[in-house]
Design a protein around this ligand. Structure first.
Ligand SMILES: [Mg+2]
Length: 385
């Protein structure tokens, strides 16, 4: 048996709400919902005071307002969230040997083998303290032998707490929890299992794996492993600032044709933005590169609110280009790069028109996929002026 791993899952508590409270302390203790308007959109996140009324994230705003009419609805300040997310990332990155940024407010750390150098649990408690003191944001963590159990430990520790599940204690920790606490088990699977008489994770653990397989296929076997804390899942994927998508183009002929250069810039930005959307990732940094005929190369980058939308990225690319470009010079090569990528782009819920926009982009990506890259590369239709 391989030595057991030491995995930490960090999750900022009600992240968007807490960022709002930093600039408006009078909101503390009140039921708050960050999301669209009262009439439309979904709840991005809400304060624990609102959760008491049954409000939860991804719930339609209409329903949330019915449950908690006195809640204050905040539209959200995306730039601020990105800023604080980066700050927490920087603090973790300075200390942790290996970490993954799973989303804007969630991190996995792999501390396996670090007990030779420090006590992983005490070290993590100190790191949590540092994050809270520096940023003013509450954060919870779970420590366990796999990402799944660590994440579930965090969920049990919330709000504002931490929980360690020692090696060998996974099954005992999981046993009394409800089935839908297993990450990835949605309403559909939960009700299917309920029909089989299974309600708690213990019930799955004690159920014959072969019968679970009969009902749910491979997923049944996976659930069986998960219920006993035996499912090791994926590794902690190292986070690199440099992780990026980029494209560049050396022109057949050096050119100073501004219309052409702008069209190219738009085309390239759309291309890499669509790659991001395909991977469900967002970028926190955009850079533009220009090479002149004498091979002199200049590059400039800027931090942006996390995004994977053409109409948000194109104006930034154009702005950078104009800041960078030396008037009258011919250009030999043009490049665009998106970096500081973060996974799980769920924070897009934040826009009140997020769904509409997301459907629109799905359509665009679909057309691109079916008819090739040439078919939709104007950018104009999406406000990429
Ligand atoms: Mg969170």
């Amino acid at each position: 048996m391989p030595p057991s791993r030491t995995i930490v899952h960090f999750d900022l508590d009600a992240f968007f709400v807490e960022v709002e409270i930093l600039s408006r302390p009078d909101l503390r203790g009140k039921p708050l919902i960050v999301g669209g308007s009262r009439e439309r959109g979904v709840v991005t996140t809400c304060s624990y005071e609102a959760r008491k009324y049954g409000v939860h994230s991804a719930m339609p705003m209409k329903r949330a307002v019915q449950l908690c009419p006195q809640a204050l609805i905040l539209p959200g300040s995306r730039g601020e969230y990105s800023k604080y997310s980066r700050w927490v990332t920087d603090i973790i990155s300075a200390k942790a040997p290996l970490f993954e940024k799973a989303s804007i407010d969630e991190f996995y750390l792999d501390l396996t083998g670090m007990d030779r150098f420090f006590k992983p649990f005490e070290w993590t408690v100190a790191l949590r303290e540092e994050i809270m003191v520096k940023t003013g944001l509450p954060i919870s963590f779970g420590m366990a032998t796999s990402k799944m159990v660590a994440k579930m430990a965090t969920n049990e520790a919330k709000p504002n707490g931490y929980l360690q599940i020692p090696p060998g204690k996974e099954a005992a920790f999981l046993a009394p929890l409800k089935i839908d606490k297993i990450p990835g088990v949605g309403e559909h699977t939960a009700s299917l299992l309920k029909d089989m008489g299974l309600r708690l994770i213990r019930d799955i653990a004690e159920y014959p794996p072969a019968l679970l397989e009969q009902r749910l296929g491979n997923y049944g076997l996976e659930l069986s492993e998960k219920s006993r804390g035996m499912h090791m899942g994926s590794e902690v994927a190292p986070y690199h600032e440099a992780k990026s998508v980029s494209t560049e183009n050396t022109f057949g002929e050096n050119t100073d044709d501004m219309d052409f250069l702008m069209r190219e810039l738009v085309r390239m930005t759309e291309k890499i933005a669509s790659e991001l959307r395909k991977d469900n990732k967002m970028a926190g940094c955009l850079s533009v590169k220009i090479r002149y005929p004498d091979f002199e190369t200049t590059q400039r980058q800027t931090s942006i609110p996390y995004s994977f939308y053409d109409d948000e990225l194109i104006p930034v690319a154009k702005d950078l280009f104009h800041k960078l470009y030396r008037k009258g010079m011919k250009v030999r090569l043009l490049g665009v790069r998106l970096s500081e990528l973060t996974g799980e782009a769920k924070q897009t819920n934040l826009f009140s028109d997020a769904e509409k926009k997301s459907v629109l982009y799905q359509a665009i990506d679909g057309v691109r996929y079916r008819f090739g890259k040439k078919s939709l590369t104007k950018g104009g239709a999406l406000g990429g002026k």
